[in-house]
Design a protein around this ligand. Structure first.
Ligand code: GDP
Length: 490
């Protein structure tokens, strides 16, 4: 996953979700905004629901998610996608705060979404604004002007009163969020709707969150993939590319992705060299009672992410039961590290890193840590880890007899350096460019690749059992004499 380059970053429109109790006017509000801000000319007469639409207000764009509020949003939240940047909490002025208002509020809070309260139906005669405001206060919502800083607007989704002011507030709130995207990175976004259509096949609606979504590119989610064979904007017009925060309609998925999943486009390259990926696999199998369970310690940057991580980890199919030993918010610390070491567990970190103590411990005695800021990558890495339990025995093995200095200093987490080592092949045939795992104390803890293979100081393409060879390798500058390099694929 490419990082944003700050120099390329541009502001991106906010993605807004409308939430609230049933019948309080969510659909009416979304319809009103759509009708009054998307012109028929623009729409070319086509009205195609893609689960989201884009408007312009004061020459600025806003994307609205218009799938039925709660359900889609909960799914998105459970799947780890911070789909929206902002929420509108709709409360009907005649009914006030209801159970689903509170439920929506707790979802908004769990996702740490900024939100604006829209008190709706003020065209009705029986409206008591003060009563509603008091109920909001009781529910813990401190409105602006009433001792808090939650902005609010009285509206009528029927007459349109207050709606333009609400849009002003949305733009204001979005500005404070300083939303950015980099048009040059791989496109990333969220699946909003996915369905099977008899005529067109799998039709998927997405919202682009970063990068530039291009026709013809590969697209992947944790559960599905395909190629973008047709790309349409939310008005149904064919386009070659789309930038955030545009809604889009995609044809070309090979299977149905799930609502709320994140997608990535382009060549998805899980660069093994990107970060140390210590894998303590067969060691577990060798340890009797531990062999029947996969133990994990979960760590995430906030409670919303942690909940998502835990849900997803529990949902991943595994040949052995996955047991969560502990889960907490914050950086991976010494306590997590010791818990993992003591129980031969692995640590899974979502949007978090090692703190300095844990980082030093990891250098001294590496354990398995899987981490990423992207849930999709995390899932992939964890699945790879689980897969490793099903791997056959190594097809090749080499014992490291000598290590010849270190190359350019590069052992900090995130980058891996090159190393030259000498060793004896104790099993199988070893080939140049082949990938391997480094094993120490019956534990595999990092993956690597042969960059150059030499026998008697001459480059060779391969070498067999019993031969002594010299290798230049890329494996994080951590290979020591006595380590074994195991080759699982030819
Ligand atoms: P949702 O369940 O939150 O999506 O609510 P709807 O948008 O379907 O609205 C429920 C009912 O309230 C419908 O009969 C709407 O016509 C009505 N309604 C929505 N907004 C307003 C409003 O501002 N004023 C009045 N008088 N009725 C409204």
């Amino acid at each position: 996953m490419m990082e944003n380059n700050q120099k390329n970053e541009k502001p991106r429109p906010p993605i807004v979700v409308v939430m609230g109790h049933v019948d309080h006017g969510k659909t009416s509000l979304l319809d009103y905004i759509r009708k009054t801000n998307v012109t028929a000319r623009e729409a070319g007469g086509i009205t195609q629901s893609v689960g989201a639409y884009e408007i312009e207000h004061n020459a600025k764009k806003i994307t609205f998610i218009d799938t039925p509020g709660h359900e889609a949003f909960s799914k998105m939240r459970t799947r780890g996608a911070q789909a929206a940047d902002l929420a509108i909490l709709v409360v009907a002025g005649d009914e006030g705060v209801k159970p689903q208002t509170k439920e929506a509020l707790s979802q908004i809070q769990a996702a740490k979404l900024p939100f604006i309260v829209a008190i709706n139906k003020i065209d009705k005669p029986d409206i008591n604004l003060e009563k509603v405001k008091n109920e909001l206060l009781t529910a813990g919502i401190l409105l602006e002007g009433y001792g808090g800083d939650v902005s609010w607007q009285a509206i009528s989704a029927k007459t349109g009163q207050g709606v333009q002011e609400l849009l002003d507030l949305i733009l204001l709130a979005a500005e404070m969020e300083n939303l950015k995207y980099d048009p040059q990175v791989q496109a990333k976004g969220i699946i909003v709707e996915a369905l099977r259509d008899n005529r067109r096949g799998i039709v998927v609606s997405v919202i682009v969150e970063n990068g530039t979504l291009k026709l013809g590119e590969n697209i992947t989610t944790p559960t599905a993939s395909g190629k973008i064979k047709s790309l349409k904007n939310f008005l149904g017009a064919d386009v070659k590319f789309l930038e955030p925060s545009a809604p889009a309609l995609i044809l070309g998925f090979d299977s149905l992705p799930q609502i709320g999943e994140e997608f990535l486009t382009g060549e998805i390259n899980f660069n093994l060299m990107e970060m140390p990926l210590p894998v303590a696999k067969k060691a577990l199998a060798a340890k009797g009672e531990n062999s029947d369970k996969i133990k994990v310690v979960l760590k995430a940057d906030n409670s919303g992410s942690l909940e998502v991580l835990s849900d997803i980890i529990k949902a991943i199919p595994s040949a052995k039961p996955v047991v969560i030993l502990g889960q907490s918010v914050g950086r991976i610390n010494e306590g997590d590290f010791r818990l993992a070491v003591g129980n031969q567990a692995l640590i899974i970190g979502f949007k978090t890193k090692l703190d300095p103590t844990a980082d030093s411990l990891q250098k001294l005695s590496p354990i398995t840590i899987i981490s990423s800021d992207i849930i999709y990558e995390l899932v992939k890495k964890f699945e790879d880890y689980l897969d490793s339990f099903r791997e056959p025995d190594a097809v090749g093995e080499l014992e490291v007899l000598a290590v010849f200095g270190k190359s350019e200093k590069n052992s900090s987490a995130g980058k891996q350096g090159k190393q030259t080592v000498g060793g004896k092949i104790i099993k199988g045939l070893i080939k140049n460019q082949q990938k391997f795992e480094v094993w120490r104390n019956e534990q595999s803890f990092v993956k690597g690749r042969i960059l150059n293979l030499q026998e008697q100081r001459k480059d060779v393409a391969e070498a067999g059992t019993g031969k002594e060879v010299g290798l230049m390798v890329e494996a994080g500058d951590i290979i020591k004499v006595g380590d074994k390099l195991k080759f699982f694929v030819q």
